[in-house]
Design a protein around this ligand. Structure first.
Ligand SMILES: Nc1nc2c(c(=O)[nH]1)N[C@H]1C(S)=C(S)[C@@H](COP(=O)(O)OP(=O)(O)OC[C@H]3O[C@@H](n4cnc5c(N)ncnc54)[C@H](O)[C@@H]3O)O[C@H]1N2
Ligand code: MOO
Length: 388
């Protein structure tokens, strides 16, 4: 049987990075930055006050009563400081030439024509120097990285209107099963709600791809081939129909098209399919919902990351707070809940592959190597997080 790492290595040879495109900052959150963001100007652009108070020439006086020679709100350019006076200044306003320190208003009587200053400041007090945050031409965000709200804000503060990001990989999703009905529809006598298409759609979106289509295929191999014929995608994901049953549509339709189907030494998610269909990479997950979630996190996430040009997420070593048994000869992906630096199985159902509802209790999948049969209390396991 092929191991998880052999399988992943092979799947990664099927994909390559998408092109780079420019997007406005308004569209940038969650995208993968592929070109460094460089500051267009120093930030702050000039020395400015960190406090509402009075700008003074620190070498030029001491506590006492001072004439206020100008008022400097933020957004207004000051005149040079008149010698022998102070200037009333607001937070963020430019320091007047000749002033080098600010007295907070709380250290004064808050006067407007004259002011009584109780504590005289040292040079530089409450002044934010030009360029202290960013330097013109300096790298503010180094690529590659997934852009968070704070990163988008840093790009805006650096004066960038657009950023260079990876084009979102376009992903087509197909699920199979006569038993499937969409959530919100009435359940027939032998029906279940389709959760795999929801998982794959949301997973692709969450990890930075764009879902181009989601189809539920019911009517056998011909319908599946028809659905595949019209697809415009960088990657195709299917779920269901890959095991040993009499109605395993995906396998039946795609073996003649050169897609490979074989077991991978893992639980859940053992029956897997992979290859290319009309040149487009395809991953065929088994239909059980936890198997789909595991296939997505273990294999599809690194493929999406490779397409986006960003490193795949690393695992976290965490301590086991409650042991469990695992199958011999297959790596196990156990849904776990995380508390501090410890983990325990997320539910009493363990890694049962049909427990879609129980997955909501999990914070990650613990990866247990194929040769382990018992995960001992106090042991360390590598845990994959479920979100980027
Ligand atoms: N005789 C054997 N039977 C099975 C084997 C085996 O080796 N020999 N492997 C088992 C394993 S492991 C898995 S995993 C499943 C994989 O089966 P399929 O990929 O063919 O998936 P289906 O039969 O279509 O469905 C399995 C299960 O999942 C439910 N399902 C399917 N699609 C959805 C969906 N979109 N949303 C929610 N739930 C879905 C379906 O109702 C079934 O209960 O095969 C085992 N059997
Ligand atoms: O491998 Mo199946 O995915 O155990 O249920």
């Amino acid at each position: 049987m092929r191991s998880v790492s052999e399988h992943l290595e092979h799947l990664l040879t099927l994909v390559s990075p998408t092109e780079v495109e420019a997007v406005a900052l308004a569209e940038a959150v969650g995208r993968v930055l592929r070109g460094d963001v460089v500051a267009v100007a120093d930030a702050p652009p000039w020395d400015n006050s960190a406090m509402d108070g009075y700008a003074v020439a620190s070498a030029d006086g001491s506590a006492g009563s001072w004439r206020v020679s100008q008022d400097i709100p933020a957004g207004h350019a000051p005149l040079p400081l008149e010698p022998g006076t102070v200037a009333r200044i607001m937070t963020g306003a430019p320091m007047p030439q000749g002033a080098d320190a600010v007295v907070p208003v709380e250290r004064t009587d808050a006067g407007t024509d004259r002011v009584r200053i109780r504590d005289w400041p040292v040079a530089g007090a409450h002044v934010r120097p030009a360029g202290a945050d960013m330097r013109e031409g300096g790298v503010v965000l180094a690529a590659p990285r997934r852009l968070r709200a704070v990163d988008v804000a840093a790009a805006a503060a650096a004066g960038c209107a657009e950023v260079a990001v990876a084009r979102r990989p376009r992903v087509a999703v197909l699920v199979t099963g006569d038993e499937l009905v969409a959530p919100g529809e009435p359940l027939g006598p032998a029906a279940i709600y389709d959760s795999n298409s929801a998982l794959l759609r949301a997973g692709v979106q969450e990890w930075g791809g764009a879902v181009t289509s989601v189809e539920v295929v019911r009517d056998g191999p011909q319908a599946l081939l028809q659905a595949l014929a019209g697809l415009d995608a960088d990657l195709v994901l299917t779920a269901g129909g890959v095991s040993a049953g009499a109605y395993d549509v995906v396998k039946e339709a795609l073996v003649p098209r050169g897609v490979q189907f074989a077991p991978v030494a893992m639980q859940p998610g053992k029956p897997q399919g992979w290859g290319r269909i009309d040149g487009v990479p395809i991953v065929c997950a088994p239909g059980n919902p936890v198997s789909v979630a595991v296939t997505f996190r273990l294999f599809v996430v690194p493929m999406l990351c490779a397409m986006l040009g960003v490193p795949a997420p690393t695992t976290r070593p965490l301590r086991v707070a409650q042991g469990w048994r695992t199958p011999d000869g297959r790596a196990q992906l156990m849904p776990v809940s995380i508390e501090g630096d410890t983990v325990r199985p997320a539910t009493s159902g363990g890694s049962g592959s049909n427990l879609a509802g129980a997955l909501a209790k999990a914070d990650g999948f613990a990866y247990v190597a194929a040769d382990v049969v018992q995960v001992e209390l106090g042991a360390t396991v590598d845990v994959m997080g479920l979100v980027p």
